[in-house]
Unconditional design. Structure first.
Length: 207
């Protein structure tokens, strides 16, 4: 009887994939996220891909966890209704995107979307990253397709210049995520534009 009780106790204490609780301290999230547009039905992974790794309190990779990035508190952010990735799905109810972690606890994601130039602009961390509902952290978000129309072009550059001359750390235009607007952000946008991989916007967007 003692042996049976001991076996049951060990079984109860053993980690079960998918049931462990993700540890925010042990998990890895990106420093910032850049929403990207598309070209020929493909999102621009070269500048937009990021990785999230969920780990439990024993620092073990957390397999089979639902990772969600919610942009609902990012003023002006518009999330594409179709993320155009087999493993990444839009969740319009929270203006978010989701994916399931693999054996190594990771997901590779690209956030397809654009900005609304008429919306109030924000600054600082605004997107929440969750693992099965556990908040892993908040990160800043920028939008290369700042006007959310016709991919990258003159309209987006105009919005960026308008943000830059304010001297304020406007999050939507802070492409390198350093908390300020400057030459590196402009260089980032020009590199993405000249790469020709964001010729169309991610519309239709989530309502």
């Amino acid at each position: 009887m003692r042996r049976l009780s001991g076996a049951l106790l060990l079984a109860a204490l053993s980690p079960v994939p998918g049931l462990a609780i993700t540890s925010p301290a042990n998990s890895t999230i990106p420093h910032h996220i850049v929403l990207v547009a598309i070209d020929q039905g493909q999102p621009d992974a070269a500048v937009g891909e990021f990785v999230i790794v969920a780990r439990d309190f024993a620092n073990v990779p957390d397999e089979d966890k639902l990772i969600e990035v919610r942009f609902q508190n990012c003023s002006g952010a518009r999330v594409a209704a179709d993320q155009l990735q087999a493993s990444v799905t839009s969740k319009c109810a929270t203006h978010g995107i989701t994916a399931i972690t693999g054996l190594d606890g990771s997901v590779h994601m690209i956030a397809v979307g654009g900005g609304d130039p008429h919306a109030p602009h924000g600054a600082g961390p605004c997107a929440g990253i969750y693992s099965d509902g556990v908040l892993l952290g908040l990160v800043p978000v920028a939008y290369l397709d700042l006007d959310g129309s016709e991919g990258l072009g003159a309209g987006d550059l105009s919005v960026w210049l308008s943000d830059f001359v304010t001297g304020e750390p406007i999050g939507r235009s802070d492409f390198d995520g350093d908390g300020s607007l400057g030459a590196l952000d402009l260089s980032f946008w020009l590199t993405a534009w000249s790469g020709g991989r964001q010729t169309k916007s991610g519309a239709p967007y989530c309502p």
